[in-house]
Design a protein around this ligand. Structure first.
Ligand code: ADE
Length: 262
């Protein structure tokens, strides 16, 4: 996978390329990366990349000529790459968009700054517009890093078996199960006994149940568009029985009776 970032702050990417999984992916030739300075395509002594908006208003707009030239050159070098403008107006980035992008030949990211980019760039030079959330960043650079990071870890052969992307939060449409490592006891909280039992079947069931519980408590919206498996339905039914039993027992004694009438 070839990642090209067009930005007026290419140096922002140096530390990003040099650490962790991204670094490993570069070293193993799984990804190629470059950050290209849009100013290199700007005319004049001051290599200006922005200008005042026609029609007035505050802020500056990124000029179309340097951006257009930068995108053209990047496309010539990587003709099969998808050209993505990073903007809060784009479609929302999530796990399924990350999977979609991971099968591209290459990605060219156009990082806007100031109040945005000249509309004519959006019309003729861009294949897709992506936002990483409903908030406005000072530029697209951090958004490009977020996307490159999330896409890179999905490329086959990048994560080891232990870090597998298949077991991630969201990969099965629900959140990942609770994780523990040594020590067995930390500040009064013990690792659940079942994880020490060595019974792989039980551990797998327990993990699925904790995934469902967390999703139910933290992100119930994820259940809306996801079909439940038979096993998951059984787990949910078991909760219903447990919850009904609690309610039944409480109501036998009357409201508040078990807490001394409070
Ligand atoms: N540029 C500014 N804000 C952004 C956002 N939320 N997502 C992507 N690019 C951006």
């Amino acid at each position: 996978m070839n990642f090209v970032v067009l930005t007026i702050f290419p140096e922002m990417f140096n530390p990003f390329w040099e650490h962790g999984i991204i670094r490993r992916a570069i070293d193993r030739n799984k990804i190629r990366v470059s950050a290209i300075d849009i100013r290199d395509f700007a005319e004049g002594k001051h290599r200006v990349t922005d200008d005042r908006p026609y029609g007035g208003g505050c802020g500056m707009v990124m000029k179309p000529e340097p951006l257009g030239a930068a995108i053209r050159e990047a496309t010539q070098k990587a003709p099969l790459s998808k050209k993505i403008l990073l903007t809060p107006q784009g479609r929302r980035f999530d796990s399924s968009v990350a999977h979609e992008l991971s099968s591209s030949e290459g990605l060219i990211f156009i990082c806007g700054r100031y109040e945005g980019v000249d509309e004519r760039i959006c019309l003729d030079f861009i294949d897709d517009e992506i936002s990483i959330g409903d908030y406005v960043l000072t530029g697209g650079e951090l958004a490009a890093m977020v996307i490159i990071d999330a896409v890179t870890r999905l490329i086959p052969g990048i994560l080891g078996g232990r870090e597998s992307a298949e077991k991630d939060s969201f990969s099965g449409g629900i959140l990942e199960y609770a994780q523990y490592t040594r020590p067995r006891s930390f500040e009064g909280h013990d690792v659940p006994e079942i994880l020490l039992s060595g019974d792989h079947k039980k551990i797998e069931n327990w993990r699925l149940e904790t995934s469902l519980i967390r999703t139910f408590l933290k992100r119930p919206d994820l259940f809306e568009n996801r079909a439940l498996s038979k096993q998951e339905i059984e787990i949910l039914k078991k909760w219903c029985v447990d919850i009904e039993r609690i309610i039944h027992n409480q109501s036998l004694y009357g409201p508040g009776a078990l807490s001394g009438g409070q």
